[in-house]
Ligand binder design. Structure first.
Ligand code: DQA
Length: 158
């Protein structure tokens, strides 16, 4: 069974109460439960971790190399300036999908820049918790198709 690490960055522990008009009313615990349940339905083992500390996120990305097949990462505000997280993503072979709840391109100018997205497999944003679900769905498709004749279908094979 493919293993997926869902990593949430700073302030995402405040989901549900934090700016609900922007981020919605679902709590992080509810989101994690939902992703784990979907993962079970799709044959994926989902593990979730949240931290407000840059170094802890970096340590998890490094450790994921030996433990996980895919990472779904919402770096929170680190998206916009953490070269350290960018370098951590670039240092591992495990594919990383960047997700955002909000449409960062429709908000303040500083949010339009992602220093992490260029080293990720792709970025999904603006769909609330569906952004995470779509990333998980993409993982499910990759896993399924890599086991079928014709091999893995992902962005690199088009
Ligand atoms: C966010 C967008 C970031 O700009 C912000 O700092 C967050 C959440 C999102 O999921 O929309 O913390 O990553």
């Amino acid at each position: 069974m493919a293993k997926v690490l869902v990593l949430h960055g700073p302030n995402l522990n405040r989901l549900g109460t934090r700016e609900p008009d922007v981020y919605g009313r679902i709590t992080l615990e509810e989101l994690d439960d939902r992703l784990k349940r979907l993962g079970r339905e799709w044959g994926l083992e989902v593990t979730c971790f949240q931290s407000n500390v840059e170094g802890e996120l970096i340590d998890r990305i490094h450790a994921a190399e030996d433990e996980f097949d895919y990472i779904i990462l919402n770096p929170g505000a680190y998206t916009h300036y953490s070269y350290a997280i960018r370098d951590a993503i670039a240092s591992v072979r495990v594919p990383v999908m960047e997700v955002h709840l909000s449409n960062v391109h429709a908000r303040e100018p500083f949010r339009r820049v992602s220093v992490t997205a260029p080293v990720c497999r792709g970025q999904i944003g603006g769909f609330g918790i569906l952004s995470y679900e779509m990333a998980l769905y993409a993982v499910q498709r990759w896993v399924k198709q890599s086991s079928e004749p014709g091999g893995e279908v992902d962005a690199k094979s088009h």
